[in-house]
Design a protein around this ligand. Structure first.
Ligand code: SAM
Length: 322
């Protein structure tokens, strides 16, 4: 009856649904966005709490079931159902998002929401436990990663509720957590693409020193290519020319680096400069790391402000990451 591939796990515990809705802090004037309403257990409580609900659901069978459930009730004219993939559709205006989502879309959905304009008040979302812990992780926590840094740049994130698998039907394989995501207002004054470009490099190995990461030939050569392109264009701020410049890292996805299990006995060959002498550009980069005392630092322990500082030092030297 339920599609595993669509991440269909229905919330069957009404007390839990109540508690999610209560923690969401919904006002009676709120337009609520729900993603993946399924059979509508959460939708019903959202309709009771807010002004209206826009629900985006991929599965046409669920859309029908949802419409049937509210047909002829006072709720029907306050519920709008959009059938489609939430990652592909244009989102309407909303004040607050409340959702028990299919876990496979966690990362792209989070960033789609954080990119949405105008910005909403907050999102209360059920995630797989580990993903939730990555979102809220702080420097030195074992799950601290690029996802933590990027999300926390754009939003304040907090863990609200642990949810065991048996609250769902059918039960998923993993435990879950409800997280609150509150976009920062105003948004941070950085170019996100560029920020992510730098953070992506820094977290290729989060327990490795930045000194050794930025000595790698592959990293240096992409940075240098970018640098030269920008110089040739006579631009010192990257933003305008982003499309002409190679983007660092392989894909635009927000997926995480593989686990840093045995980082200390790194099997990777340290990249020495084949020609023996370091290039001028390499010296420039290492000089910047030294200036900010970053050479011996590891991303696992760096805070938001440290990455911000590092980015500004690079930018001041005309080095950009997008
Ligand atoms: N909200 C319901 C509940 O809590 O009982 C159901 C939650 S279930 C975990 C996820 C729902 O999202 C399913 O109904 C599934 O069909 C829907 N879904 C899966 N992928 C989707 C997508 N890309 N866009 C919109 N809905 C999606």
């Amino acid at each position: 009856q339920f599609h595993k591939s669509k991440g269909q796990h229905i919330l069957k515990n009404p007390l839990l649904v109540d508690s999610i809705v209560q923690k969401a802090g919904i006002n009676s004037t709120d337009v609520i966005l729900e993603i993946g309403p399924g059979t509508g257990n959460l939708t019903k409580k959202l309709l009771e709490a807010g002004k209206s609900v826009v629900a985006v659901e991929l599965d046409p069978r669920m859309v029908l079931e949802l419409q049937r459930r509210f047909q002829g009730t006072p709720f029907s004219n306050r519920l709008k159902v959009i059938q489609g993939d939430v990652l592909k559709c244009d989102l309407p205006y909303f004040d607050i998002c409340v959702a028990n989502i299919p876990y496979q879309i966690s990362s792209p959905l989070t960033f789609k929401l954080l990119n949405h304009k105008p910005s909403f008040r907050c999102a209360i979302i059920m995630f797989q436990r580990e993903f939730a812990m990555r979102l809220v992780a702080q420097p030195s926590d074992s799950l601290y990663c690029r996802l933590s840094v990027n999300t926390q740049l754009l939003a304040r994130v907090s863990h609200l509720l642990k949810v065991g698998k048996n609250n769902f039907r059918p039960p998923p394989k993993v435990d879950s957590s409800v997280v609150r995501i509150e976009p920062r207002k105003p948004p941070p004054a950085v170019n996100f693409k560029e920020w992510d470009g730098l953070v992506r490099i820094c977290f290729t190995r989060k327990n490795k020193t930045l000194g050794s990461i930025f000595r790698q030939k592959r990293v240096l050569s992409i940075m240098e290519k970018n640098y030269k392109t920008l110089q040739a264009l006579g631009v010192s701020a990257a933003g305008d020319v982003a499309d002409d410049v190679a983007v660092l890292g392989e894909s635009g996805e927000m997926e995480e680096e593989s686990e840093d299990v045995d980082d200390d006995e790194d099997m990777e060959v340290e990249m020495e400069d084949g020609e023996g002498k370091g290039s001028e550009f390499k010296e420039k980069v290492l000089g910047i790391l030294k200036l900010g005392k970053f050479e011996e630092k590891r991303s696992a322990k760096l805070a938001q402000a440290d990455f911000m500082h590092l980015l500004s030092l690079f930018n001041r030297a005309g080095i950009h990451f997008s």
